[in-house]
Design a protein around this ligand. Structure first.
Ligand SMILES: [Zn+2]
Length: 479
């Protein structure tokens, strides 16, 4: 398949995102004001548009339900905190350069100011929530304890490293923390990988195979333990062994290969990063991650608290994990992998209805059938747009839609269709990565054929979360 181009160059994810009203390109000039959008937002702070509103909302619901059904507790924590919280967690010592820290005038404090930080990670708040539940319900809190948040975090990344949606300064994580006794750690990691596979395959049509996905075991640089990496050599060795054991199990069970990345660990522990090979790109992009942490529970005193309640042998481990990682980056990688083609349930424009006007009385029937289909899509909650065209204009109309909004479903309604009782459908085939054409009968205006195509597109996701993810938003300015 030929790659799409803008002018002389191949389209990248920001081109796709801009064409679909997902994000505004920071280099485009704001009308009237005269400076580029990025001038007002700041670098790496993406101005998302109406397409993202749909994606974020539908995906957010899917992820929330997905996790709740798999035993995660769902929370939402503040976007900022006093820096005292990050003093306890260690972020101030190890992560300060990546944090947005600022003072706020405060008449309540002796110094007259209070220091705050935008949340760079959700973990400290999740620990506080668990500590409160443990105190209130003592031994009734069961382990592994899993807590999930679609958490918006901000991290100051160097300007030179910023790139479109792939590296930004403010992003949303599908973040969860699993608190498990030491002996359950390997199982928990393998379970997370299974969740990741289900989500990737059923929602995103990404085959979790060794040809597209690899695991990077991000380990410490032993000479830097105690400096760049928090903890002792013994703790790191033990944690890295657990990670390696989990990776071996994943390799056996799912056939996914792994490799070791020395010096790639987080400051609080080693991790397994899920990396995707983007077609046509040299480098691999990190998407999901599972990180092992023996530091945070200790720093918050959670370790001792758990021993008090559950007995002196209870050794608690904490796993940080994200299946998609940053939703923004995942979307960017996805747009490049699938050349702008989003899964049906997430596509801002799911269906385009193209009545072909003839300039004859036949047009009444054509428009009547179009209205009938439109009102049926309304009743289902499918996002669609009606784009009137002509026999000579249809090629151009389809091309325009295919290079901008890329609706997975295009329904053509012309005079032959009306006469013979069918509609011509162009349906994007995610397996073959190209559209295919089919005739769908509409006897006496019966739209069950069309509806069953939509059902087929939604079915895997419905299996995953137990409902049809639909969010009708009118995109009336597209036509
Ligand atoms: Zn975390």
């Amino acid at each position: 398949m030929a790659r799409e181009r803008v002018g002389q160059s191949v389209k990248d994810h920001m081109d796709y995102a801009y064409d679909m009203d997902i994000a505004v390109k920071p280099t485009v000039t704001v009308p009237v004001l005269g400076e580029p959008y990025g001038y007002y937002t700041g670098s790496g702070n993406i101005l998302f548009s109406t397409g993202w509103g749909i994606i974020r909302s539908v995906l957010g619901d899917i992820l929330t339900r997905f996790h709740a059904r798999r035993g995660y507790k769902v929370v939402e924590t503040p976007i900022l905190a006093r820096t005292t919280l990050y003093k306890v967690s260690g972020h101030l010592d190890y992560y300060r350069d990546n944090m947005y820290i600022f003072n706020v005038k405060s008449e309540a404090s002796e110094e007259g100011v209070e220091e705050f930080a935008l949340k760079p990670m959700n973990c400290p708040y999740h620990i506080l929530i668990l500590m409160n539940l443990l105190e209130k319900y003592r031994g009734k809190v069961k382990f592994p304890f899993k807590i999930f948040e679609l958490g918006k975090v901000h991290r100051y990344e160097l300007s030179g490293t910023l790139r479109g949606l792939l590296r930004v300064r403010g992003f949303t994580q599908d973040d969860a923390h699993i608190f498990t006794p030491k002996e359950g750690a390997v199982n928990s990691i393998v379970e997370v990988f299974r969740e990741l596979r289900d989500l990737y395959e059923k929602l995103f049509h990404i085959k979790v195979r060794s040809s597209t996905i690899r695991l990077r075991l991000s380990f410490s640089e032993p000479s830097e333990v105690g400096r760049e990496y928090m903890g002792t050599l013994e703790q790191w060795r033990e944690a890295e062994e657990t990670i390696a054991k989990a990776a071996e199990t994943i390799k056996r069970e799912f056939g996914i290969e792994y490799f070791i990345g020395r010096g790639e660990a987080a400051f609080y522990g080693p991790k397994i990063d899920v990396v995707a090979l983007v077609a046509g790109e040299e480098r691999e992009w990190q998407i999901g991650t599972m990180q092992f942490d023996f530091n945070l529970p200790k720093r918050f005193g959670l370790e001792g608290m758990v021993r008090d309640i559950y007995g002196p042998d209870f050794e608690i481990y904490m796993i940080h994990r994200a299946l998609l990682g940053s939703l923004e980056r995942f979307l960017g990688v996805y747009l490049e992998m699938f050349r702008g083609r989003l899964p049906f349930v997430l596509a801002p424009l799911q269906a385009a209805l193209l009545p072909i006007k003839t300039g004859t009385p036949r047009d009444d029937d054509i428009l009547a059938l179009t209205r009938h289909i439109a009102s049926h899509l309304d009743s289902l909650g499918i996002r669609y747009s009606v784009v009137e065209t002509t026999r000579t204009g249809i090629g151009g109309t389809i091309r325009r839609l295919e290079t901008t909004f890329k609706p997975p479903l295009t329904v053509v309604i012309g005079s032959e269709e009306v006469e013979k009782g069918f509609v011509s459908v162009r349906l994007y085939d995610y397996e073959a990565m190209k559209p295919r054409s089919l005739r769908v009968p509409t006897p006496d205006g019966d739209l069950s054929g069309l509806e069953s195509i939509i059902d087929t597109l939604e079915k895997p996701v419905e299996d995953l979360v137990g409902y049809k993810p639909r969010l009708p938003v009118e995109l009336d300015y597209i036509s």
